[in-house]
Design a protein around this ligand. Structure first.
Ligand code: BGC
Length: 795
């Protein structure tokens, strides 16, 4: 720290205050006098957006967190971190705002797709591997959101009431494991309160974070979370985004008046200088070496296949090439390959499941049920720019007098315009001009999403307008999910439409003078019975039916929770109707979190592909046709609504009580004795696995087990070890995960070694972790539901 202290001594109070507040949305300030450059931060956990949300500088979309954790593969998570860091390096990003390591407390949590598991050990192990991967390339990771931001309802104000033991054994645990095993250079504090204290000023930032865990990195606030100057006395280091933060406004005056100690500020500055040094922004010339783009792309494909979970297969999969396949489902064409909110990135054009299956089989397609809710923006190939005659859209900015101040040619229709020196889009009027060609339909549905006033014109006719601004309370929602409105109109034989969307000034202040607009197709709301009947007719004629079901951005996204785990729209009816006419019905689930599957006994196969990232479709094609194994296992128990009700995420009088204590997910199942079809670890791949024997190594540091794949298809197994302690004098979960290991892809018998970390046997009692002596029962199993082999570990 001496080096940083010398630099600190050269800084003025104003420079120090400015450093701990952002310069703008994504940067810290530079201080030339001490050789400090500005640092750039960027979301997010599954791809790197970079400074601009701009399709001309596309990002690689990696499979979402729940797909990564479904691989149960630390080594893969490490390479995933390196791929993410490489994207960051290409976009001159110094710190990645991820991974998200809140827990899957309830399947209703809106950002479930962005987090790893209901289990703290699986979450912590995958997260630590990811962070090591990111930081090995000189980019900072930033595990988030510390703490108890396990759901989204009222996330800016909710007070999570969690007892100390539960907090430490469940929700703090992944952060602790990540810090111990990977030393992240940053973490992000959350918006919410825990036990009465806002997290940006919580005592939990001091203890356990700084004191017990010796975390010496930077705590950055979630965006706009810092709300008071008093919070500067806490262990929060950096208030983002800047520059309009309460610290920037009055911290210098508070310090001068003696109301806040300057040492508190100095601690923040020292840690921020250290971060800058680590990422090469403090006078050190650092050369960062990204992994090649081709390696990142194949990693994205590998995670999507390894994380796909085959929950059921009566033998219909893998399919043979050339089979006749009736495909249905909105998500087969308009797949969701990433979740909504700050995790979103803009990618190169992405293939659909329909494209991927069509390459290998003789297919027909019927939508069957509409899922889309909100604008589906146009891809480059769907539109023509009238100004250039080439693909894309013409964008024109005009000032209040109607004078054109800037013109852009763009290639997507979800655009976010940030302020730049000399250019304030939120004070301008912006026009989208495009020609959209459409197939033979009698009518068409399209709309606009924005917080601003707008008009939508088609072929010189104004078809829709909004004359008021939408007021938002959530920054991410205002920018990334602006309210959309749409309309259906007759095409009257037209095959090409000239579309003009005019968005009026001013932008919303809350969104930092950013203007965000989407133009695209909206749900057509066609007759549901008719849609199903058409899909059924196709399914009857084919050897196999593939129904791709999923969630949409209106139900599964950042900023709000789901109200139900039921699939949106008429998808359940679609699956039942198709399954009734085709006994080879394969259901592909395109969702980041558990969905209800009341039709699970009626179908031949169920494959969960999550939000599989940019190569989700290619991965699906590969696993359906057996070129790769869907090797994933559920990282979180999927409890159907006929098997139990999800924990509520709705606060009561501003408080969300975690009254279930330690019993979430499989821990609750262990207590209730309830058997569910798809608990944590469920997934069968293409092998046929059993456990041969299992024993403790003589030094008791690992479990040695043999797993046998008796099928003829090469497959990857997973061994999980759950512990229990029936004679414990402490309150404990009935069973809890203490280790796991994957095999290579093999036929026949193979050995796995599962490390036993005695830290994972500890309980949090009386303010500290305690390793209770005595015998622990271990169950070595293929998934939570299998009985497995029993062993004893003595401490
Ligand atoms: C999210 C964070 C994200 C930040 C910056 C917030 O709304 O909760 O996860 O990193 O925005 O985009």
């Amino acid at each position: 720290m001496e080096k940083y202290e010398a630099l600190l001594a050269q800084m003025t109070l104003e420079q120090k205050v400015a450093l701990v507040s952002g310069r703008d949305f994504w940067h810290t300030v530079s201080v030339a006098e001490i050789g400090l450059e500005s640092m750039r931060f960027s979301d997010g956990p599954s791809g790197v957006r970079g400074e601009a949300f701009d399709e001309r500088k596309p990002s690689l979309s990696l499979p979402s967190a729940s797909a990564l954790s479904a691989t149960w593969n630390r080594e893969l998570a490490g390479r995933y971190g390196q791929a993410a860091a490489s994207e960051a390096i290409d976009k001159q990003v110094d710190a990645l705002l991820g991974p998200t390591i809140n827990l899957h407390r309830s399947p209703l949590g809106g950002r479930h797709f962005e987090a790893y598991s209901e289990d703290p050990v699986l979450t912590g192990e995958i997260s630590a591997a990811y962070v090591r991967g990111v930081q090995s390339l000189g980019v900072s990771a930033c595990p988030k959101h510390y703490i108890s931001n396990d759901s989204e309802t009222d996330r800016h104000t909710v007070d999570a009431i969690v007892d100390e033991k539960t907090l430490h054994e469940l929700y703090l645990r992944p952060f602790q494991i990540t810090i111990e095993k990977s030393n992240p250079w940053m973490i992000m504090s959350s918006y919410n309160k825990v036990n009465g204290h806002f997290m940006h000023a919580s005592p939990l930032l001091d203890d356990p974070l700084r004191r017990k865990w010796s975390f010496e990195g930077v705590v950055v606030s979630d965006w706009t979370a810092v709300r008071s100057v008093e919070s500067a006395a806490s262990e929060q280091d950096l208030a983002m985004p800047g520059p309009f933060t309460p610290w920037n406004e009055s911290l210098a005056a508070e310090i001068r008046a003696g109301r806040i100690a300057e040492e508190a500020l100095d601690r923040k500055v020292l840690r921020t200088l250290k971060l800058a040094d680590r990422v090469g922004k403090l006078g050190t010339e650092t050369v960062k070496s990204p992994v090649p783009v081709s390696t990142r792309e194949s990693l994205a494909l590998e995670v999507a296949t390894e994380g796909a979970v085959l929950l059921k297969n009566n033998g219909v999969l893998p399919l043979s090439g050339g089979t006749s396949v009736a495909i249905s489902g909105d998500s087969a064409k308009r797949t969701r390959y990433q979740g909504g909110g700050s995790a979103q990135v803009l990618t190169k054009p992405v293939a659909s499941p329909l494209d991927a299956i069509s390459e290998r089989a003789d297919v027909s397609y019927a939508i069957g049920a509409e899922v889309v809710n909100g604008c589906v923006t146009y891809s480059e190939k769907q539109m023509t720019n009238p100004r250039t005659g080439g693909p894309g859209v013409a964008i024109t900015f005009k000032d209040a007098s109607g004078k054109v101040v800037r013109s852009d040619e763009r290639f997507g229709t979800f655009l976010i315009f940030d302020s730049e020196p000399g250019f304030e889009p939120a004070k301008l009027e912006v026009e989208f001009d495009l020609d959209v060609s459409d197939a033979d339909k009698p009518d068409y549905a399209m709309g606009v999403g924005t917080a601003n006033r707008f008009e939508l014109w088609v072929d010189d006719e104004k078809i829709l307008e909004r004359d008021e601004y939408v007021v938002y309370h959530d920054l991410a929602e205002a920018i990334l999910q602006p309210r959309e409105e749409g309309i259906k109109f007759e095409l009257n034989g037209r095959k090409q439409l000239r579309v003009k969307a005019i968005i009026f000034d001013p932008g919303i202040k809350e969104a930092y003078n950013t203007m965000s607009v989407m133009v695209g197709e909206v749900a057509r709301n066609d007759d549901p019975e008719d849609l199903i009947a058409r899909a059924v007719a196709e399914a009857k004629e084919s050897e196999v039916a593939v129904v791709v079901v999923g969630t949409n951005s209106a139900v599964e996204s950042e900023g709000f929770d789901r109200e139900t785990i039921t699939l949106p729209g008429h998808q359940e009816e679609l699956v039942r109707a198709v399954a009734a006419v085709n006994q080879n019905t394969v259901v592909v689930v395109n969702a980041g979190s558990p969905v209800d599957m009341p039709w699970r006994d009626d179908v031949a196969a169920i494959l969960v592909t999550w939000f599989g990232g940019q190569y989700a479709a290619e991965a699906l094609g590969a696993v359906l046709f057996g070129d790769a194994e869907p090797a994933g296992r559920l990282p979180t128990s999927w409890v159907m609504s006929d098997e139990g009700s999800p924990l509520s995420t709705t606060p009561i009088a501003g408080k969300l009580h975690y009254t279930e204590g330690l019993d979430i997910g499989y821990r609750a199942l262990a207590v209730s004795g309830k058997e569910v079809d798809f608990p944590i670890g469920a997934g069968i791949g293409y092998g046929k696995w059993s456990i041969g024997f299992a024993e403790m190594s003589s030094d008791q540091t690992r479990v040695v087990a043999t797993l046998n794949n008796s099928s003829e298809i090469s497959s990857k197994g997973l061994a999980m070890v759950f512990a229990s302690k029936s004679d414990s004098k402490f309150v404990r979960p009935k069973e809890w995960l203490v280790g796991f290991a994957r095999t290579e892809s093999v036929v026949g018998e193979t050995e796995v070694l599962v490390d036993m970390d005695t830290d994972y046997l500890k309980v949090f009692e009386g303010g500290e972790w305690v390793l209770e002596p005595g015998d622990y029962q271990l169950r070595v199993t293929l998934n939570f539901a299998e009985s497995g082999k029993l062993l004893t570990l003595s401490v």
